[in-house]
Write a protein that binds this ligand. Sequence first.
Ligand code: ASP
Length: 346
Amino acid sequence: MAKLLVINTGGTISMQKDATGSLSASAGDELPTLIEQLNVALDHHIDCVGLVTPSGTPMATSDSSSINEQHWIAIAHMINQAPSYDGYLVLHGTDTMAYTASALAFSCANLNKPIILTGAQVPLSSPGGDGVQNIRVSLEAFASGSTLPNIPMIAFGGVLLRGCRARKSSTHSALGFDSPNAPLIAELFPKLRWVSPTLPAVDGVANCDLTNSFSNRVMQLSLHPGLDAEMLKAMILNSSIEGLIVRVFGTGTAPDALDLGNLLSECREQTNGRFECAVIVTDVYNGSLELSRYAAGKTLQADDIIDGKDMTPEAATTKLMWALAQPRRDKLREIMRANLVGELTP
Ligand code: ASP
């Protein structure tokens, strides 16, 4: 038995059809009763709440496409301000769940308690939907004792994944998430089987002045054949972008004509350092960068480009948003290269 705080942020799990027949966020009034029914045998003490800002203003539930850094700050604040709980269950839409899980990995790095995010591909109100099982196995995971890692995780489709390594892998399958570059923590269904519950050594966040804030001066860009260098440069120069996540090809290649390293250095100079750097990750679902493998990766080995190794785009983006909001801007590159919470394989 554990004392758990359930925070409902919205998503399909609690959606209802609106007048036009589209699924739309609802308050999720049915959730506390359902959760108590699923909790009968487990006997956790559970408090179910909605999201509130750090100043106490309620935030409406939403489709997770509308979740942004303010929601991450609110979730992390609610969790950090409620230390009497043994664990935290966050109900969330699947579309951006991997971003929120990664964001919490950084902003709750010192929490030392398990946080599980879950949701569903179809609403609870649809017969046979996946939401009931996802909540049930999450509650069971909290009953598993001290083997459950004290990190943000995603429980979905019967598996438990490291939050900062997880990615949405299907728009419709009940097995909606995967962690392509990291082992499962556990299988939760049909019964709990630990696979890799121990977190590999991490650099930790001791070197960062940990704050619960995120910059939204970050943009993510996927390279594609024919991407125009002048267009990219104009986008950086004529905006307030401070950091870029670039999803490059394969093991780390980019068109020679883009000359990305020099392009970004020019942007840094011409914006007097307002534009800081780019972090590159592979656009491929599974695998890592290996920049020296191809000559076509040479333009990426540059001062203003940080090798994101095998970070997911979700982890790299939230890490950069978090790092840019930290007070010590001079430590940004060091922070981005480090394996702070297990977000990359060193
Ligand atoms: N559009 C929904 C959301 O992310 C999808 C889901 O929850 O499965 O909120």
